[in-house]
Design a protein around this ligand. Structure first.
Ligand SMILES: N[C@@H](CCC(=O)N[C@@H](CS)C(=O)NCC(=O)O)C(=O)O
Length: 219
């Protein structure tokens, strides 16, 4: 694959970075990786070197710069021909659940920040957090029930691994850290995501990072 560089944030905390990273790993796309340490005095200047939004993730390929996690996943799908379900209706639903994750779930994001290596954290349940958790469960249950047998019937939301799984990987880590109470299907899906060697590689790297971001240490 031609000359791809993915710029990401700390693996322990950067939920947006995990999405394209895990998609590229799962699809076997080779890339160089640059980690920018977030929440430091020099972070803004560092980020501006790589992309126009001052945020990560950013994908560079020669003169091309793609910023925003979903746009990067879409580009990877374009250059590999993989990443979305093959069937048009399954693909439309995969795009819907990916877009819903991309633009929503503000309470889940703020109340349960991603902290990949943390376990047994507890926060008070709020109605808005509960509503977000319920909606994620509904999405996982619905996708598995309707599309789980597609593409060879793997453990993923649409059978075969797709961008939708990459979009929800950070949520799996949040649920793992704060101990969400989930249905059997959701627990089974989470186990598949966590056992995935690509996710294990990310978790190991997060474990080895010496940096802490205090405002993301919750519970
Ligand atoms: N919608 C963007 C959001 C990216 C984003 O907010 N990234 C955070 C890190 S997870 C960031 O770069 N923050 C800048 C900073 O911490 O200075 C995407 O999907 O890529």
């Amino acid at each position: 694959m031609p000359d791809l560089t993915l710029v990401i944030g700390n693996k322990n905390y950067s939920s947006w970075s995990l999405r394209p990273w895990i998609l590229m790993k799962r699809l076997g796309v080779e890339f160089r990786e640059i980690v920018v340490r977030l929440n430091q005095p020099e972070t803004r200047d560092e980020l501006e070197k790589y992309g126009p939004s001052g945020r990560v993730p950013v994908l560079r390929q020669g003169d091309l710069c793609v910023w925003d996690s979903l746009a990067i996943c879409e580009y990877i799908a374009e250059i590999t021909g993989r990443g979305w379900p093959k069937d048009a209706q399954a693909r439309a639903v995969a795009r819907s659940v990916s877009a819903e994750m991309h633009s929503g779930f503000a309470n889940l994001r703020s109340e349960w920040p991603m902290n990949a290596r943390a376990r047994n954290r507890h926060t008070a349940m709020t109605p808005s957090l509960e509503a977000d958790i319920d909606r994620v469960e509904e999405i996982w249950n619905d996708c598995r029930r309707r599309f789980g047998d597609r593409g060879g019937g793997g453990p993923w939301l649409f059978g075969e691994y797709s961008i939708a799984d990459a979009m929800y990987a950070p949520v799996v880590l949040r649920f793992n850290t704060y101990g969400a109470q989930l249905s059997e299907t959701a627990r089974w899906y989470m186990a598949a995501v966590i056992e995935d060697p690509a996710l294990q590689e990310w978790l190991q790297a997060a474990q080895n990072e010496p940096w802490t971001i205090q405002y993301s240490e919750v519970g």
